[in-house]
Design a protein around this ligand. Structure first.
Ligand code: HPA
Length: 282
């Protein structure tokens, strides 16, 4: 057994033994910077919570705006496990630790993963407050979470990444956006390590490489989940235009959290529609 599998089983079995997992979730939902309030919204019926600090071997989020807990609840007829707050590579955890919570949600039984994040807009047609459905990603600036001995019970050694973000789920998201009058864009997300924001030259570089959005999360989570066969969908909220796209703007984490807070109601409506509309394929 590989170390990552051992670590996962230890966390999973200890929660199981303590009866902390209230149901087999249909969907795993990761709530990004400033978006954690979804789990407290009226659209989500909370059933149970587990702070990451109470899980053996678990990384703990250290960033303001990032609570660190699993929240279990229902949205319509769907059973959902949320990550209210995620951990980031820039906090100093190795990539395999960063993706451990994703693997745990899959281990609990979730087949679908909805990833959300706050991102910088690289595509000049975007505006702060825009919602973007992630169509693809660029992982090349991050170490792969799949480096090391392959855990064959998770997935194959050389997993295909030709369609990380499921067309079926993207269509569902699009339909929901249309019904809610939300102008949902599509775009390619690049993950950089952070924690510093980018320079104008770095943004020109990722733009030339084909990125529409820049952020410090999501991609390695999507890779680990895809390796395990999860069906994935991602929503970015453009909280700011990336450095240099609009000249003279100075970036701050406060601005990122403020824009996410303004988008909160539309975000809740979009996620709720998605969760309710989605069909889970077995
Ligand atoms: N860059 C990187 N990550 C981010 C940004 C950004 O401009 N905005 C929100 N997360």
């Amino acid at each position: 057994m590989t170390d990552i599998k051992r670590e996962l089983e230890t966390a999973y079995l200890s929660l199981k033994e303590q009866n902390r997992i209230p149901f087999t979730p249909d969907i795993a939902l990761v709530l990004g910077s400033g978006l954690g309030d979804y789990a407290d919204s009226a659209d989500f019926t909370k059933v149970a919570e587990i702070p990451y600090s109470e899980i053996e071997g678990f990384p703990v989020s250290t960033v303001s705006g990032h609570d660190g807990r699993f929240v279990f609840g229902t949205a319509g007829d769907k059973k959902v496990v949320c990550m209210k707050g995620r951990v980031h590579y820039y906090e100093g955890y190795p990539v395999d630790k960063v993706v451990l919570p994703i693997r745990l949600m899959q281990r609990m039984g979730a087949k679908v993963l909805l990833l959300t994040n706050a991102a910088g807009g690289v595509n000049p047609s975007y505006r702060p407050g825009d919602f973007v459905s992630i169509s693809d990603h660029i992982s090349s600036f991050m170490p792969s979470p799949l480096i090391g001995p392959n855990e064959d019970t998770f997935g194959v050694r050389f997993p295909d990444m030709s369609q990380v973000y499921s067309l079926r789920l993207r269509e569902t998201l699009c339909e929901c956006a249309r019904s809610l009058n939300i102008d949902l864009k599509e775009g390619v997300y690049v993950q950089l390590t952070g924690p510093n924001y980018e320079t104008p030259a770095e943004i020109r570089m990722v733009s030339k490489l084909g990125a529409d959005l820049v952020g410090m999360s999501t991609v390695i989570e999507a890779m680990a989940a895809r390796h395990m066969g999860m069906e994935i969908c991602g929503i970015s909220i453009v909280t700011n235009m990336a450095c240099g796209v609009i000249s003279g703007a100075v970036l701050s984490h406060e601005e990122v959290k403020e824009t996410a807070a303004v988008a909160k109601e539309r975000f809740t409506a979009l996620v709720t529609c998605f969760l309710k509309t989605l069909t889970i394929s077995l």
